[in-house]
Design a protein around this ligand. Structure first.
Ligand code: 26Q
Length: 748
């Protein structure tokens, strides 16, 4: 296959062709030779249902996975084409953040491990919006990713199926994309909605605005569309092979629900078994239980989906009936077990008058998992406490991971080559071997090479930022990066305050030894998330102010990159020195950006939250910069006695930093963003207490750590810390995560 692909590419005439044309021709030349691996007969398969798949650019990754990246580069070079030009092909952003990127890493690892694990999602016409800044304010533009063509997607017209809603039918047309591993090619199957304008709306946008009833109903349609397309397909395939005795269904199929968005798949499965195939309700539920697993990715109440019963009754009457029966069954069982009312209310499928998707999943699924150790503990202690008390055997942890193919081999060829030179290339097929690098932790030559590579990746990052933003990063600066979805719990605002405090100290001449520092931000705010948009504007105002300060701008720079995405992340994680992971303890389920930075040799400056805890366990706490209140303290503060205003009253530096929101230092164009942020910290806003995310509790320690890093950066000891992180990162390979899913949940 390899040889034939290379021949095909050799034969391509490049003269006078545009980059997009060439991209499509080369990709098609590869696709012609690729055949999807069919699951072996009688082998169990797992299906990963996700509303997001944040794949990123496929071109280089597929060449890497095929083992022909360098050969293709050489062929193109001879034809006068530099392969970097394909960086202008934008990636399909069919996801928004960690949850979607995790799905992409997981299917990559599954293919790499030669496992029959297949993604099922939606082929959105437009992905996550493209971001631009207009005077520092975020604006959103449609992401028309198909304008570059879609050479990797194969339309499966004859596998289209009809999805029924109360008010009409929609066709779900599958598109298969190759997920390439050494020994197999799995299909990632994305469904496109067709059948007229109303139908097409269903797969038009990722996360359509849901501030109206119409918007909410559209989201519900999307969720059912994905669920029904995937479940319908699995049941048809089973019946064709094994007939209508469904007893063996779970022996052949595992279905993983990536958060609550595809939870209606459970109800759809029960609906078809009971309705079309006359399976008893109890048996259908039992089979569903054995088939489905549910992964929770957040404990934030606003992200736990509850569907008004009325919506489901109107749009999906049969699903409504199934959910009601399920709720009644649950109720009978709880009564039989003597479960008290309060506890029952907590666990019930119908909760506060709406269908709780999380409770549905927890009740039916045979496994419920969190995505980092602390998160899984919190699920058992808090969110699903009652369910854990009665069905402890359901609850497992699978700490997230990232694919080292994209997040090390592809984004950091230089570091990968150093590893090859030191321990050979076995680690490329078996990431556990990366730990063999630990023996060089004190080897000055290796450390020097490692430091040189970091410097080189930083230069490449600076080049990229210049190309994208027209901004020159301070040369040889320490690069601190905070790149992730914009959300209050992630506390980008706390970083903004920390920067303002440092800025103030620099102006006062308090930091004579301060080394040049760049703070790099990247984030998109949900279009309707007012405070998140205010935070973006605030950071952009800070960036502008510092850039305009003749003295301080030689030492300190703030850059908020535009349209942060997977391709940007590949540059940033390789070039950064410091990974900022500063969520309020208990609120970041795992984080996966933290792992990408670690693998590329950045130290973590962060709180004891999510996977940070396991990161410092692997790499050594002494090699990272941990600060802030831990979960127990946050819980205690939440129970009473937290007074951010008291902190402001006695901490002048914090008071000045926070005060810039309202003292005229910065301008939000009279739109009220900054006042809203100020109020959220000092008086509370929309159902939150003041400083709901405990920024003022952690800010002083944060500044202290940032300055400590600044003092240590550039030293031999600091390089040792960075190195320790990189070589301790094998545990965070999604290969490890997928093996755990296969064992603990899917029984593959
Ligand atoms: C919910 C209701 C209505 C509309 C949208 C949503 C919604 C949309 C997206 C809720 C959640 C999401 C995305 C969540 C997400 O990305 N979570 C992240 O998942 C990562 C992978 O497990 C973790 O590492 C992160 O900690 C977690 O924040």
């Amino acid at each position: 296959m390899k040889e034939q692909i290379l021949k095909n590419i050799e034969a391509i005439q490049t003269d006078g062709k545009s980059t997009v044309q060439l991209y499509n021709e080369i990709s098609s030349a590869i696709m012609r030779e690729i055949s999807f691996t069919a699951p072996a007969p009688d082998q169990k398969s797992a299906y990963y249902l996700s509303i997001e798949f944040l794949i990123g650019r496929m071109f280089y990754n597929n060449l890497l996975e095929l083992g022909i990246l360098n050969e293709v580069r050489d062929i193109l070079k001879e034809k006068g084409v530099d392969a970097v030009v394909f960086e202008e092909i934008e990636d399909a952003a069919l996801g928004n953040g960690g949850l979607g990127r995790l799905a992409a890493c997981f299917i990559d690892s599954a293919a790499g491990l030669d496992l029959p694990v297949y993604g099922r999602g939606i082929r959105y016409r437009y992905g996550l919006f493209k971001q631009k800044f207009e005077n520092g304010f975020q604006e959103e533009l449609p992401d028309d990713w198909q304008s570059f063509g879609d050479p990797w997607g194969i339309r499966r017209e004859n596998e289209a199926r009809v999805i029924k809603f109360a008010d009409g039918e929609v066709r779900a047309v599958p598109y298969d994309m190759p997920i390439i591993g050494k020994n197999r090619v799995n299909a990632l199957r994305l469904y496109q909605a067709e059948g007229g304008a109303a139908a097409e709306k269903i797969s038009e946008y990722l996360y359509p605005a849901d501030d109206t009833e119409e918007g909410k109903l559209l989201r519900l349609r999307q969720e059912y569309f994905l669920s029904a397309a995937a479940v319908g397909e699995l049941i048809d395939a089973y019946v064709a092979r094994h007939g209508t005795d469904f007893s063996a269904f779970p022996a052949y199929n595992a279905v993983q629900l990536n958060d609550t968005h595809p939870v209606l798949a459970i109800a759809e499965f029960i609906r078809i078994l009971t309705g079309t195939y006359s399976v008893s309700f109890a048996k259908a539920v039992r089979l569903a239980g054995k088939t489905f697993g549910y992964t929770n990715h957040t404990i934030l109440p606003e992200a736990l989906e509850c569907w008004p019963q009325e919506y489901i009754r109107r749009l999906l009457p049969e699903i409504f009936t199934v959910l009601k029966k399920l709720d009644a069954k649950e109720h009978r069982e709880f009564r039989r077990k003597g479960i008290g009312e309060a506890e029952e209310a907590d666990m019930r499928i119908v909760k506060n008058g709406a269908f709780s998707m999380a409770n549905t999943a927890v009740y039916v699924a045979h496994r419920v998992n969190g995505v980092a150790r602390i998160h899984s503990e919190i699920l058992k202690d808090s969110l699903f406490r009652s369910a854990y008390a009665y069905t402890p055997e359901k609850f497992v942890n699978v700490t997230n991971g990232i694919t080292q193919r994209r997040w090390l081999m592809l984004c950091n060829e230089e570091l990968s080559a150093l590893i090859d030179r030191k321990i050979g290339t076995d680690w490329r097929a078996d990431i556990g071997r990366l730990s063999d690098m630990k023996k060089f932790a004190k080897d000055d030559n290796v450390l020097a090479e490692f430091a040189q590579i970091k410097a080189k990746k930083k230069e490449q990052l600076a080049e990229y930022v210049y190309r994208k933003e027209g901004i020159r990063l301070l040369p040889d600066a320490i690069v601190y990066a905070q790149v992730k979805r914009l959300h209050e719990y992630k506390r980008q605002l706390m970083t903004a305050f920390a920067i303002l405090e440092i800025y103030e100290k620099l102006r006062n001449g308090e930091l004579a030894e301060f080394k040049p520092t760049v703070f790099l931000f990247g984030a998109k705010s949900a279009p309707a998330y007012f405070r998140a948009k205010g935070i973006i504007k605030f950071i952009n105002e800070i960036a502008k102010k510092i850039a305009a300060d003749e003295l301080v701008s030689k030492k300190l720079q703030v850059v908020f990159v535009t349209d942060y995405n997977v391709s940007y992340a590949e540059k940033i994680v390789a070039g950064a020195d410091v990974s900022l992971q500063v969520s309020t303890a208990g609120l970041e389920a795992s984080g996966t950006g933290n792992m990408k930075f670690m693998m590329n040799g950045a130290v973590t400056c962060g709180t004891m939250d999510g996977a940070n805890i396991e990161i410092v366990e692997q790499a050594g706490r002494e090699n990272n910069y941990i600060f802030g209140a831990e979960v127990e303290e946050i819980d205690a503060l939440r129970r009473g006695g937290y007074d951010p205003n008291a902190i402001l009253a006695q901490d002048g530096a914090a008071r000045r930093a926070v005060g810039t929101l309202v003292d005229g230092t910065f301008d939000d164009g009279g739109r009220g963003y900054f006042k809203e942020l100020y109020d959220s910290l000092t008086v509370g806003a929309s159902w939150h207490k003041p400083d709901h995310y405990f920024i003022l509790r952690d800010l002083p320690e944060y500044v202290e750590q940032l300055l400590r890093i600044n003092a240590e950066a550039g030293s031999h000891e600091f390089t040792q810390k960075q190195f320790a992180n990189a070589v301790s990162s094998a545990y965070f390979s999604s290969d490890r995560s997928i093996r755990e899913y296969a064992e603990k949940i899917w029984e593959l």
